[in-house]
Write a protein that binds this ligand. Structure first.
Ligand code: NAG
Ligand code: NAG
Ligand code: NAG
Ligand code: NAG
Length: 187
């Protein structure tokens, strides 16, 4: 191949990869409309929020916060468990702040200001491989597939309790589910 051809081939491959990845990339706004803050009531809020989302390689995690009031640090599990912000993997102080989820595995984030982490401003997520198809379902389905009624357990594994994460907990849970007439809410 001539050098121009090689260059064009490489460019085509790069563009194809780029289009492929942007088409499937999803942006998750942490805490949805509540954003990234000290959740009233503690850490369950972001735990419940995370349980309602599926994080895939290539997705973006967007921490929406007011610069100066909050910050976000990507940390190790050890630092997450002890709210240790001494030497984070990465610290972002300007909001909104994005992190691209570029590898499979667990990601840990904390707020480093004052006692924000201790008070519940922390998030742990699992990032899985992209399935390659937009929805991992056994058969190709149109976007509005009729389905049988489902029973949702409100709050999933946390159940229906005085939400330790405050209002954010159930808002986040509801946001992660699509409800249809005929579905049952269990508790
Ligand atoms: C971030 O928060 C601001 C202020 O609450 C809000 O106006 C904006 O829509 C939020 N951005 C996203 C991406 O949710
Ligand atoms: C916090 O992390 C730093 C750096 O990893 C370490 O040197 C320090 O001992 C840790 N502090 C506590 C209280 O665990
Ligand atoms: C974060 O990602 C969102 C969605 O891709 C984008 O609209 C926004 O501009 C990004 N913000 C920053 C600060 O990079
Ligand atoms: C990630 O998934 C593994 C295996 O299912 C689980 O043991 C671990 O607790 C999860 N971590 C987080 C942060 O959710």
């Amino acid at each position: 191949m001539g050098s121009e051809l090689k260059y064009l081939a490489a460019l085509a491959i790069t563009l194809a990869a780029l289009l492929h990845s942007t088409a499937e990339q999803e942006t998750h706004v942490v805490g949805d409309k509540f954003g990234w803050l000290v959740p009233p009531g503690g850490h369950y809020a972001y735990e419940v929020w995370a349980a309602g989302h599926k994080f895939s390689v290539g997705d973006i995690l967007e921490f929406n916060f007011t610069t100066g009031d909050q910050d976000v640090a990507k940390v190790t599990k050890q630092a997450f468990d002890s709210c240790n912000s001494t030497s984070p993997i990465e610290l972002k102080t300007t909001g909104p702040a994005n992190f691209t989820l570029d590898t499979i595995g667990e990601y840990y984030f904390i707020g480093t200001k004052d006692r924000h982490c201790e008070l519940g401003q922390n998030l742990a997520i699992n990032v899985t491989a992209h399935s390659g198809t937009p929805t991992p379902s056994p058969s190709p389905k149109p976007s509005h597939t009729p389905r049988g009624p489902l029973t949702y357990v409100v709050g999933d594994q946390f159940g229906w309790i005085v939400p330790p994460g405050g209002e954010l907990a159930y808002s986040a849970w509801a946001y992660g589910n699509t409800f249809y007439v005929g579905d049952t809410l269990g508790k």
